[in-house]
Design a protein around this ligand. Sequence first.
Ligand SMILES: [Zn+2]
Length: 498
Amino acid sequence: MLAVGLGGVWPASAGGPLIVGGTLGPAGVPFTWDTSLGEFPYRTDGGKLGVMDNAAANARVAAMFQVWEDVPTASIGFNNAGPILSTGTFSDGNVNKVGEFNAVSDSCEAATQSPIVYDGNGKLFDSLFGENSGVIGLAGPCALNDEGRILSALVALNGDFRDGDAVGEYEVTDNEFDAVFIHEFGHLFGLGHSQANLNCLTGSPAGCSSFSDDAFGLPTMFPFLLSALEETPGVNPARTLSQDDIAWVSKLYPDAGFSSSFGVISGTILFGDGLTPAQGVNVIARQVDDLGTPENEGRRVVVSAVSGYLFTGTPGQSVTGTNPPSPFGSRNPLLIGIFEIPVPPGSYRVEVESVLCLNPVRIDLVPKQLAAVRAFLALSEAESLAAANKRVANILKQAAAKGESFANAEHRELKEPAERELLSALRSVSQKAKPLFDQGDYTGYLKAFALLKSPVDRFFESVMVMVDDENVRRSRLALLTDLRTEMNRFADISKLAA
Ligand SMILES: [Zn+2]
């Protein structure tokens, strides 16, 4: 499974609104489009978008805005107000150069128009983010007013991901590309990212497979597009809105039915002292599973928020420390650590989701770690190391199921040349890799393990793990446990095996 970053132009937190008023706008109130002005008017690029000609791209945009319009408890509409208006150096109707992009961005910031930019072949994204950066789209409001309103917004979509060839960026499916449109349009009208069912990204504690309840509950506003994952046959989970998306668009743009269709779970997240409120914790409300249905509602009916999301992340409080000054977020200390989660009727269990798999890691490190995984996958050793990891994971799982205990086994029982070789190679690689990991050099950390390919291959060629001699067996299992722990500090490499 590949994950690709869905860029936003705002430094987004997770869960709920993208931008909250602070010194700009009403404090503690999310920025939204003023629906009393009617539908949100967007303007479209005149070029093609990957395999789509202009008419097809425009039809696609309208259809994906419609996905948000169709939410029964929300009231926001969108309309195509025509082609992107000429402005500055942009006059040929087709935004495909950086200068043209900057010109239309400027007019968006002046609240003149809300452009939907089609990067036909990915060259514009290459210029903006570096060649084949993996950024498939970007979006966000451009102009805000002090009444808490979004006046204009910009979306850009990278056609290189759907141009019929894997040259440059790899290809996504039509359904996955649809999902990107829907996600970016969510940012356009003020939705931030949502993090729920994170195991779909990390594969831990248990993975998220196609057609699973986890996939069904995965938000379209999840920060990454997970390819090769299906909610229903042929349909990416991000292609249809999850309960999280529906709840948040409805809370920001409630229609008459919202108050009778949703309740709000609220509270404060505290540190272990039971007194100090904690900012930035991902809080998830999961509906209690209805045992009368085959589905697990606990994974399907899921809505998340981040504690303290209405409060600013800037100086003035001791919890998040000192951050660059921001005009956003309330300065009212009573909002520190507070969360509100809109949910449909039912009983809920509220939990805090640990971020990433084997060690809790900050979500803002994820893009860097995914880049490291991509760099690792490009190595010639990656495939066989991933396969070996999968084999190791299976051996350890089966051993654990048989009640084997091997956590503190001694290595002195390792006598075969291939196992001694693997042990010493693992020790020397780990010594080099651990400091790289601690410094945040995730690519260097993962790449260090490429040296283990030959010793691992030889180990599996000549050593049988599950032998009768208990001491030898436990020592071998302990060696494999060490291998697995050292290699999988943030990503489960075995999950990368084909
Ligand atoms: Zn996004």
